[in-house]
Design a protein around this ligand. Structure first.
Ligand code: API
Length: 290
């Protein structure tokens, strides 16, 4: 009886932990608000260790899932739930308007809540979401974005010319610049120079806006940490506040962005900014973490 004996030479003991890279599957949901798309993970089920690194890897269009960043939904002892948001470059932001609406949809439609008023703990404080439910679906959400801050006129030199705008914080910083013709703005070139200008040591989100004949406002955004996005919820709020502050509009504005329109109301009585807009679930998926 002959035996064939095969010896497989390995480096060291193949059972040692270093040889076996532990991998785990993470379920995620891809969603967008006015085209501002993020990857959403329920970290109560799928805890994430290095969100900064994963946001960069997963946001990549060709080698990852492709998105403007990563949003983690977690538990909170101060509110119904917690939100953390990471830009495509891995930087963590304090607030995301479009993501907060999508989280409202996610929580209700995935059965994590049956409430239509949900509190969300963020790095810029607790936000209140009002879910507009129809036939068991949430397609529109109104978010109380709180009170705008740090409003001041600012002139910044970039690309050989001055840009005068209004800074507004919605928990995250924005520079809103009104122009006569938004089509003239080379956002790809100007955006990063303003985002990274030394005047803004924490960098800044940049919005160019044009008031239209019908009183609506057309806005395009270069987001800190993500570049040009289809829409920016906090940016739409900052734009509406800047328009009201500078007498270009009233306290309610429709902000028309590349990916969709948000309605912003700056309440005269309590100073809060209310943002209303859509939330869309694109697909569910799972991805391996090595
Ligand atoms: N890029 C922003 C975070 C995302 C905000 C935006 N996507 C929104 O909908 O508000 C920042 O670094 O402050």
């Amino acid at each position: 009886m002959s035996y064939l004996c095969i010896v497989i030479k390995t480096k060291g003991n193949i059972n040692s932990p270093t040889e076996y890279k532990m991998t785990k599957m993470i379920k995620f949901t891809k969603m967008h608000g006015a085209g501002n798309d993020y990857i959403y993970v329920d970290t109560t089920k799928y805890p994430i260790e290095s969100p900064e690194k994963l946001s960069v890897a997963w946001s990549a269009p060709h080698t990852g899932i492709g998105s403007d960043g990563l949003v983690l939904i977690g538990s909170s002892d101060k509110a119904d739930f917690n939100m953390r948001i990471f830009n495509a470059d891995g930087s963590e932001a304090k607030m995301c308007g479009n993501a907060s609406r999508c989280i409202g949809k996610y929580l209700y439609e995935y059965g994590l809540t049956s409430k239509t008023a949900v509190t969300l703990d963020t790095l810029s404080g607790i936000k209140v979401l009002k879910l507009h439910v129809e036939d068991g679906r949430v397609d529109t959400v109104t978010v109380d974005m709180g009170i705008p801050a740090d409003m001041q006129e600012q002139t910044v030199e970039a690309c050989g010319r001055p840009f005068t705008g209004t800074t507004v914080s919605m928990g995250n910083p924005h520079l809103v610049i009104f122009v006569d013709d938004i089509k003239e703005i080379d956002l790809e070139n100007i955006g990063p120079k303003l985002e990274n200008h030394p005047l803004f040591p924490g960098r800044i989100n940049v919005e160019f806006a044009q008031v239209l004949e019908n009183g609506k406002i057309r806005m395009r955004v270069w987001e800190r940490g993500s570049g040009i996005t289809q829409a920016c919820g906090t940016g739409a709020c900052a734009t509406a506040v800047a328009a009201a502050l500078t007498g270009r509009a009233g306290r309610t504005s429709d902000i028309i962005m590349d990916g969709g329109t948000l309605t912003i109301e700056w309440d005269e009585k309590n100073g809060h900014v209310m943002m209303t807009g859509g939330a869309v679930r694109v697909f569910d998926g799972e991805i391996e973490i090595r």
